[in-house]
Design a protein around this ligand. Structure first.
Ligand code: ARG
Length: 262
């Protein structure tokens, strides 16, 4: 995670960002801190990346890489405003055991467009394309990480990353908003994940799917009450947090967290 000390909305690269809307960075840091404490409270270890002036989207740490079994596949951002963030993430993995960092040649925004289900079909990567990550990066990720990558086409610009439309809720199952995907991708998801939790448009627009789950606790936006109820009915423990300031940048819980799968 990376604290939003320098968070502002000064450019617009997704439909949620409006450079004319002021951001309260102090409140953003408070909300981010509460998220960090929530995760620590469940026994998770959180590593903190130093925020850099001039890189306001660094708080969305999920975009910096994608890790599976000790291998970190680096990001290559679509927009120049975020390019330099990849360097900070690379430095994090390069200096640390047990990581093996692999630099990308193809455009991909890390965990923003990649999700991992360790026990689905022996380990499956779900990958989004259509707005940010290129399908050539899906093939590259499969080569680098040695797990099958399933390409899913995103069709609604409001859901420009996979992680605002779909989330792993445990080692085998997902929650998702079907209409964010092409009809064929919806069929693929319905075929592979018949027991998935389906979110409605309201919960998806509240960034409810931009969640972090440890298989039991599911941390998600305070605005996604409908999805929280569905998760509770499926015997997960929903934990709702307020990240209203970061929503102005087009992200929520999951965007703030890069999962370290060693
Ligand atoms: N402003 C950022 C962008 O548009 C938000 C990234 C959100 N991160 C995520 N993992 N969906 O790139």
């Amino acid at each position: 995670m990376c604290p939003p000390e320098h968070f502002v909305v000064e450019y617009e690269i997704n439909p949620w960002m409006d450079a004319a809307t002021p951001v309260d960075a102090e409140l953003a840091v408070k909300q981010w801190d509460a998220l960090r404490e929530t995760l620590c409270g469940f026994g998770h270890e959180v590593h903190v990346l130093s925020p850099e002036i001039g890189l306001p989207d660094m708080v969305f740490a999920a975009n910096g890489a994608f890790t599976v079994d000790g291998v970190a596949y680096g990001a290559r951002f679509k927009y120049p405003q975020r390019t330099a963030e990849a360097v900070a993430h690379r430095r994090y993995y390069a200096d640390r055991e047990p990581w093996r960092f692999v630099a990308p040649t193809e455009t991909n925004e890390g965990e923003g467009d990649f999700a991992y289900l360790p026990d689905a079909y022996g380990g499956t990567i779900l990958a989004g394309y259509g707005f940010r990550t290129e399908t050539t990066a899906h093939a590259e990720a499969q080569e680098v990480l040695g797990r099958p990558v399933l390409s899913l086409r995103l069709v609604d610009p409001r859901f420009y990353h996979l992680d605002v439309a779909l989330a792993a809720i445990d080692d085998t199952n997902i929650a998702y908003y079907p209409d964010a995907f092409s009809e064929s991708s919806q069929r693929v998801l319905a075929q592979l994940f018949p027991d998935a939790v389906r979110a409605d448009e309201l919960d998806a627009l509240a960034f409810g799917l931009n969640l972090v789950s440890d298989g039991r606790h599911v941390v998600l936006s305070h605005e996604a009450g409908g999805l929280a109820a569905k998760l509770a009915a499926a015997e997960y423990v929903p934990v709702q947090v307020d990240l209203s300031e970061l929503k102005k940048g087009g992200g929520s819980v999951k965007c703030c967290v890069a999962e370290l799968r060693t």
